[in-house]
Design a protein around this ligand. Structure first.
Ligand code: HCS
Length: 609
């Protein structure tokens, strides 16, 4: 059963949320008795059991001024935050009761053709899983998923219309919440929309530094229906990120600010923004940036919402851009996969199979030096970093991958490319990395089972995937065969797994030209033509190439020339990305002509007299 009521309404008009729950309850000067005793005093969410009249009063105060959506009083009703009051066993009960209460009131205020909605509020747990910190990140991704699953089950059973992940501090926790909610859908058989809202500080970043471009790149490919911001600041500080979302998000956008930045007056938070300004700025966001959902967070009162509704009236839904710009993201920022000029460079040096030095650093767990190696590549122009930690001598690739990502991800500005043949290792990486990663790689050798698993992961965690043109018959050698394999894989990934074309990055494979083996004499020509065909016949997909294979076996200086010349021609053929040592790539124009020509003779299999 899929309930689309909320999304249908969003398709028709701008929706207005209510104002604050927490700060309005605080103003009521409730006593410990209202909370069921001293030990629960301050646990607002418990009031839905001990004194629901207070919560009902807040809901009614907003419904009375005409809001479209009310939020359940469940912001802190997950197992982890409720445990602070010893209430961890009441998660389902509290969420269900809160949802039922809001449902009853929303239905009471609904009129013909003008329904009122209930958003199930799900705030953060207080853990920061992206961090590498023994206190704050001492929870596994799977545990977090389960925490949110449990809360969502209570909210769904109580009858909410939409699950609202709000005030999020850590983008990795948002991913866990989304996956948890999806599990709750499966468990209850009820499928609802998901709205995910993050909190940015006055500099426009989440607590751990994630900016709005990364937020969008990470969330847009996940099972989210609305993306937005709430809490922390007033609307003025939200203007830039909201403009960004308004101009770039293909999904509806929400904006639910505080009544200004809180001032500390005698130890109390005072929210200074008056209803008039609050309403004026939000209305401007709707008009200028095509925002779909507006409302109020901490410090906002019925007077703020009343003014907003008067100012906005009923508005038809604004148009959304359909840009679909393919991007990866680190924990800090997004990185467009289509660089101008091309190509997008993937640094290849963090690879135990390709670098003795890195292998040694991994074996000795010298993370600071690994970080230095990572940063050197970024400084040399890498747009992303490939990470391969497979070792023959020591077994646990998944655990090694987890440790390396845990250390690097919060500190490296560019996205990560997870280089492994094992889906289990990929999944561990995807549960650890906050950003939007690329998986490297899959293919159809030995059948499609493994590729299916990789595409499933890419869909669930929103990753791009490098796909090698290899099938049951081995590596495709001619351009036509490379295209045929690519088409087959496209069919599986896009049609069957629901990936977007831009999530697929085809590697048409290049072989070494150093051996003089006649079997490979035309391999570079076929690769270049393969790239051209794939770009022409499969619109929207990207291409990548492990450039250094072409020169495998040659002396270092010759390698640098051959690699650089091959890269130049691959880009001419339409190549978007390349896996390289960025420090060794020379611009084509800077390579002496004689060397260039020699390299081209090899690449194009010419035999000069
Ligand atoms: N829905 C919550 C958000 C707190 S940041 C509230 O109290 O209004």
């Amino acid at each position: 059963f899929t309930n689309r009521r909320y999304l249908d309404a969003l398709g028709e008009r701008v929706l207005i949320y209510d104002g604050a729950m927490g700060t309005n309850l605080q103003k009521m000067n409730l006593t410990p008795e209202h909370f069921g005793g001293e030990r629960y005093f301050g646990c607002n969410d418990y009031l839905v059991i001990t004194y629901p009249q207070a919560v009902e009063q807040v809901h009614r105060s907003f419904l009375d001024v005409g809001v479209d959506v009310i939020e359940t009083c469940t912001f802190r009703s997950n197992r982890i935050t409720l445990a602070e009051y010893g209430l961890q066993d009441k998660v389902i009960e509290i969420n269900q009761r809160a949802a039922q209460l809001a449902r009853r009131l929303a239905d009471e205020y609904s009129t013909e053709g003008y329904p009122r909605f209930v958003a199930g509020s799900m705030g953060p747990t207080g853990k920061l899983p992206s961090m590498d910190d023994p206190e704050l990140s001492n929870i596994s991704f799977d545990e977090l998923v389960d925490v949110f699953r449990e809360q969502a089950v209570g909210l769904i059973r109580g009858g909410v219309d939409v699950l609202l992940i709000e005030t999020s501090q850590d983008i990795l926790e948002v991913k866990a919440a989304i996956l948890g909610i999806q599990k709750a859908f499966e468990e209850t058989g009820i499928y609802l929309p998901i709205q995910a809202q993050v909190t940015l500080d006055t500099t426009g970043r989440m607590l751990l530094g994630t900016d709005i471009s990364a937020v969008l790149a990470i969330l847009e490919g996940l099972a989210v229906d609305v993306i937005g911001l709430n809490c922390s600041t007033g609307p003025d500080y939200m203007r830039e990120p909201i403009r960004y979302l308004g101009e770039h998000s293909s999904l509806p956008v929400s904006c639910i600010p505080n009544a200004g930045l809180p001032l500390n007056v005698d130890g109390q938070a005072v929210y200074p923004l008056e209803p008039e300004h609050f309403a004026e700025e939000l209305a401007e966001f709707v008009e200028k940036y095509h925002i779909n959902v507006v409302g109020g967070c901490c410090g906002t009162t019925p007077a703020h919402l009343k003014r907003l509704i008067e100012r906005l009236g009923r508005r038809p839904a604004p148009p959304r851009p359909i840009l679909n710009i393919p991007q990866l993201a680190s924990a800090i920022q997004a990185m467009p996969m289509l660089q101008e000029p091309k190509p997008f460079l993937i640094g290849e040096r963090l690879n135990t199979q390709g670098s003795q030095k890195f292998k040694q650093l991994i074996l000795e767990e010298r993370y600071d030096e690994i970080l230095t190696l990572a940063r050197q590549q970024v400084n040399s122009g890498a747009h992303a970093l490939d990470i391969c930690v497979a070792l023959t001598e020591r077994g646990d690739e998944a655990e090694t991958m987890r440790k390396v990502i845990k250390r690097l991800a919060p500190l490296v500005r560019v996205p990560l490319v997870i280089d492994t043949t094992e889906p289990e290792v990929m999944e561990v990486a995807l549960k650890t990395a906050p950003g939007r990663c690329m998986l490297n790689s899959t293919h159809l050798e030995g059948g499609r089972a493994k590729a299916d698993r990789v595409f499933e992961l890419a869909k669930r965690y929103n990753a791009a995937v490098i796909v090698l043109t290899i099938d049951e018959n081995g590596m495709a050698k001619t351009a036509e065969n490379k295209l045929a394999v690519a088409k087959r894989i496209y069919q599986i990934a896009v049609e069957e797994h629901g990936l977007r074309p831009q999530d697929l990055v085809f590697d048409a494979l290049t072989f070494t030209l150093a051996t003089g083996d006649p079997e490979f004499a035309r391999s570079a020509i076929e690769t270049l033509e393969g790239i051209r065909l794939i770009k022409a016949e499969l619109p929207g997909v990207l291409t990548s190439l492990g450039i250094s294979n072409v020169s495998f076996g040659l002396a270092p200086r010759a390698r640098a020339v051959l690699n650089s010349v091959m890269l130049y021609h691959a880009v001419q053929a339409g190549l978007d990305m390349a896996i390289v040592n960025p420090a060794h790539i020379k611009p084509y124009a800077e390579i002496p002509e004689e060397e260039r020509r020699l390299a081209e003779d090899v690449i194009f299999n010419r035999h000069p007299e």
